[in-house]
Design a protein around this ligand. Sequence first.
Ligand SMILES: O=C(O)c1cccc(C(=O)CC[C@H]2O[C@@H](n3cnc4c(=O)[nH]cnc43)[C@H](O)[C@@H]2O)c1
Length: 231
Amino acid sequence: MTELTGHPGKTRSPSEARILVMTAVEAERDAVLRGLDGDGRFEVRLCGVGPASAAARTAVALGSGDPWTLVVSAGIAGGYPEVAPVGTLAVGTDAVAADLGVETAEGFASVEELGFGASKLAADAKLAEELLQALNRAGLVAASGPIVTASTATGTAATAAVRSARVPGAVAEGMEGYGVAIAATYADKPFIELRAISNAVGPRDRDAWRIGDALTALSAAFAILKEVELN
Ligand SMILES: O=C(O)c1cccc(C(=O)CC[C@H]2O[C@@H](n3cnc4c(=O)[nH]cnc43)[C@H](O)[C@@H]2O)c1
């Protein structure tokens, strides 16, 4: 049987899952790799910060190598405190570009309203649900719902209110999910988003960010994800 090198020291068969994980920065990539513990089905690449870089770098990755079977956007995120407090996890049901549209005299109009495309991209519903249940079974606190993608991270209560009204049920906010998802969509690949909450969405207070705790939670979540049926 042909064996393909996935992760150093590991091999996989051609029929196995081949999962592309995109993180914005190295600290997130390293946390994911710690959780995966050498699982050769996964490849973790950097996509940079923000949806444009994420889309471009995911598209490049998807265009290289053997066929991918799943694309994952992963990293830390802001959480809506009532549903996703700091240190917990968020599993996306949809990646929503909350600032993709136009301002009109009557208010914000999304690209859907303008007839220009989709600001909301659905995650693989079955896999997202299975992941949520596996995380909860493992004793990790995880919420699921739409995850906002923003080019500008929220820094005021006013923006938090605007975006959560625009995205009912939103659990978290990151800066890459929609970009990774649009690349996966054009490549016709299933997509999920998994984030660990480092801060509350709202008034910016960088000293209150718990990045270490979030990275620890991210590692723990990937240790669970690799046990979920991914084929
Ligand atoms: O300074 C560090 O050690 C460090 C380690 C890991 C990640 C970072 C980042 O700053 C990553 C930026 C990344 O985080 C996401 N994020 C986190 N909180 C929010 C938020 O409230 N709103 C939007 N995005 C957030 C985002 O995806 C950024 O790419 C630093």
